[in-house]
Structure formats: structure tokens, C-alpha cells
Design a protein around this ligand. Structure first.
Ligand SMILES: *Cc1c(COP(=O)(O)O)cnc(C)c1O
Length: 391
């Protein structure tokens, strides 16, 4: 197993730990808080940093390690780190990289939890965040001051799959010597690998596509050995570690990542085309549609795949969207995304709750927008479900 192998091979095989008494094919769950040392001398050697033994699961655990190696291989990075949640990954990384008085320049269209972490938590430490429209990276450059330390992006972004030009963004970060970080949760390594383009850190909520079965909460970070070691030290202190059983489900889900995501992209393209043509739909949002303002960038940046998320603005506003969601039988109405089950959610009832009409326009949605997370069911059943719910 080497890094030279292709993504689908790495997804199945990288990181798996076949050692242990019985040579298991799948990596065991090492569900323990602590580890036994044969002698006190072994403890001393561990504390001197001269042994690869494990001591305590908050400092490291073989099941977590296997997941970290696999995700790092998929992203093409030196080292990975798994965390208790996507938010633990973001907060632990930010609290490692930033100091009091630093500033963040961030794309505006980011996950709500991240937005609140920046505005409500980091602000208490005198760390300010300035937001730019992801379509306008020149605006990002104008926000940079001598205090700016972090360029933060999310692409593709919820709920309409806006895409930011990663190559251009990394040029700006390098020119101004900023630390660059991207939330690649919607992209997955199947669509984009930001580290290969020069980003310092890539982050995932593995709750979504990477675990892929809506059964765990977790996060991951991948970067250079130096960057990840520093973040790992912070994590040991903050404590947001992943549980070994969650790491097992993550490893298991990752094996089918490419199969799932390719299928989800294919089905999402079909659904987007169907929605774009339907008379009850004002507008469909999907970067795979030729009419999308992000189509050309998506082709260049995401290797011919366009993601498994589709949004559509229904005619008739919130009432029409709620009626549509309630009439679906295959799609379930639930938050979250990226799993094998198809889900629907209404941004005005969830991620964009309480937004004013102007704020909704800024995000590019309406009262009637629905967001679909496409699963791996048969595309014909999903289209049939949408057709009957619209009519
Ligand atoms: C869900 C999500 C997060 C937060 O991850 P949790 O695992 O819920 O903590 C961050 N970013 C994006 C894009 C997400 O979808």
C-alpha cells in the first residue's frame, strides 16, 4: 500500500491496521482509555519521546490513528487528525493558529456553527473576522491588514453550492503570508484536494460524506506534519478527541467513499436537470448545470464531478416548500447531509432561520428554497418521488 495508488484503492486500503494477534483484515476498535506498559522503563522511554507505544486515548489510539492515516492519504497530506466533531476540528485548529489581536478573513457563506464560533467565541479573545463574498476574491484581498493571520474558505458552500476559486485564493494567501484553511466537507477528496493546490490545512465534518451513513459525529484535519503536530497538542489540552468506536465507523464508511460519492454526483446531476425543467421550480442550483454561474470553475476545479447536493427554489414560497417536503416519501426531512439516505431540508427553517429578505438574497436563496442531499437510492425512485410531491 503506497501513496502512489489511486483514490479508490487508498479509500479501501490506506491506514488499515492488520497487526494484532489474529491479523484481522479490518482494523479493530481499541476501546480503551489507557494502555499497559510492561515496565517502568517503558513508561520512561515513552515520556522521553523514544517509543511509539500508546499511553492514553486522549493522546493517541490505534483506531484513531488508522483513520488519520487513511484520511491523510486521501487528501494527499502528510498527516491527519480526527476530532470529536467538525466544530472541534475548526475550533481546535483556529485556537492553535490564532493569537489575541489576530484577524480572520473568511468567505461569508460558511457553516452556521463556524460563523457563530468566529463571532461569539473568538471575538471574546479580540480575534475579529471580516467576511467577503466568495465570488469576489479581490474583495478578500482588500480586507487583509497587517493583523490578518488566517484566510478561511468553505467551498462548495451550503445551500446553493457556490464555488470559490481555490487556486486564486491560495495565491492571495501566499502573497500576504496568511495561513490558509478550507472546509472541504461538501467537496470531499473525490472532488477536490486543496492541499495539492497549496493550502495549509483542509478540514472535514466527517459526520457527512466521509463517514457517509449518518451514524457518527466527527471531524478531521489534514496538513503538514508540523501544522498537525501543533494542532494535536492543542487538542490534547482542549480534549475534543474522537471516540474509538466512531473512528471504526469512519474507517468503515471511508472504504466506500469513492463509490458513494460518484453515485451521489451522478444522481444529483439527473435530479438537477429534472428540477431545472419543471414548471413548479423557479430555479435549480447545481454547479453541474450549464446555466450555473459556477459551472466553468467547477469543471476546472472538481475534476468533472459536481457534488451530491442540489438546491431548488420552488414557486409559491415557504408554504409550497413545506408542502413539497411533507409530501416526499423517499426523501426524509432531516438536517445534515452526505449519507446514503436522501434527505431534504428547508434552509429558511434550519441553517438560514430568522434571516431577513435581504440576508436571504445575499445567500442567494428564497423562502421557497429546498436543499436535497442525494443518497445512493435508485435515481428513478428519487425522481419519481420528487415528481409526485410537486404535482
Ligand atoms: C456539519 C458541518 C460542519 C460542522 O460539523 P459537525 O460534525 O456537525 O461538528 C462544518 N462545516 C460544514 C460544511 C458542515 O456541513
Amino acid at each position: 500500500m503506497t501513496r502512489q495508488h489511486r483514490l479508490a484503492t487508498l479509500a479501501v486500503q490506506a491506514g488499515e491496521d492488520h497487526r494484532g494477534q489474529f491479523h484481522p483484515l479490518s482494523t479493530p476498535i481499541v476501546q480503551t482509555s489507557t494502555f499497559i506498559f510492561p515496565t517502568s522503563l517503558d513508561v520512561q522511554r515513552y515520556s522521553e519521546g523514544k517509543s511509539s507505544a500508546y499511553m492514553y486515548t486522549r493522546y493517541g489510539n490505534p483506531t484513531l490513528h488508522a483513520a488519520e492515516v487513511k484520511i491523510a492519504a486521501l487528501e494527499g497530506g502528510e498527516e491527519g487528525l480526527v476530532t470529536a466533531s467538525g466544530m472541534a476540528a475548526i475550533s481546535t485548529a483556529a485556537l492553535t493558529v490564532l493569537h489575541t489581536g489576530d484577524e480572520i478573513v473568511s468567505s461569508r457563506n460558511i457553516y452556521g456553527g463556524t460563523f457563530h464560533f468566529f463571532n461569539k467565541v473568538l471575538s471574546k479573545f479580540n480575534i475579529g473576522t471580516h467576511y467577503f463574498d466568495g465570488d469576489d476574491l479581490e474583495a478578500a484581498e482588500r480586507l487583509i491588514t497587517p493583523r490578518t493571520r488566517l484566510l478561511y474558505l468553505e467551498t462548495p458552500a451550503n445551500p446553493t453550492m457556490r464555488i470559490i476559486d481555490l487556486r486564486r485564493a491560495v495565491q492571495i494567501a501566499k502573497k500576504h503570508r496568511l495561513f490558509s484553511m478550507v472546509d472541504s466537507t461538501f467537496g470531499t477528496p473525490v472532488l477536490q484536494r486543496p492541499l495539492k493546490l497549496g493550502f495549509d490545512l483542509v478540514m472535514h465534518s466527517v459526520t457527512k460524506y466521509l463517514s457517509g451513513h449518518s451514524d457518527i459525529i466527527g471531524g478531521a484535519l489534514v496538513g503538514s506534519h508540523k501544522v498537525i503536530s501543533e494542532i494535536r497538542d492543542t487538542m490534547k489540552r482542549l480534549g475534543g478527541i474522537m471516540d474509538p468506536t466512531a473512528a471504526y465507523f469512519l474507517l468503515r464508511g471511508l472504504k466506500t467513499l469513492t463509490v458513494r460519492v460518484e453515485r451521489q454526483c451522478e444522481t444529483a446531476s439527473r435530479l438537477a436537470r429534472f428540477l431545472a425543467r419543471h414548471s413548479r421550480i423557479e430555479r435549480a442550483h447545481y454547479p453541474g448545470l450549464k446555466s450555473s454561474p459556477y459551472h466553468r470553475l467547477a469543471v476546472k476545479q472538481m475534476g468533472g464531478l459536481f457534488g451530491g447536493m442540489v438546491a431548488a427554489d420552488l414557486r409559491g414560497g415557504r408554504r409550497a416548500a413545506m408542502r413539497f417536503a411533507d409530501r416526499l416519501r423517499v426523501f426524509q426531512n432531516a438536517a445534515s447531509l452526505g449519507g446514503v439516505e436522501s434527505l431534504i431540508s428547508l434552509p429558511v427553517l434550519t441553517s438560514q432561520w430568522g434571516y431577513t429578505p435581504q440576508q436571504l438574497r445575499d445567500v442567494g436563496i428564497t423562502e421557497g428554497t429546498v436543499r436535497l442531499s442525494v443518497g445512493v437510492e435508485d435515481a428513478r425512485d428519487l425522481i419519481e418521488d420528487i415528481r409526485q410531491a410537486l404535482e
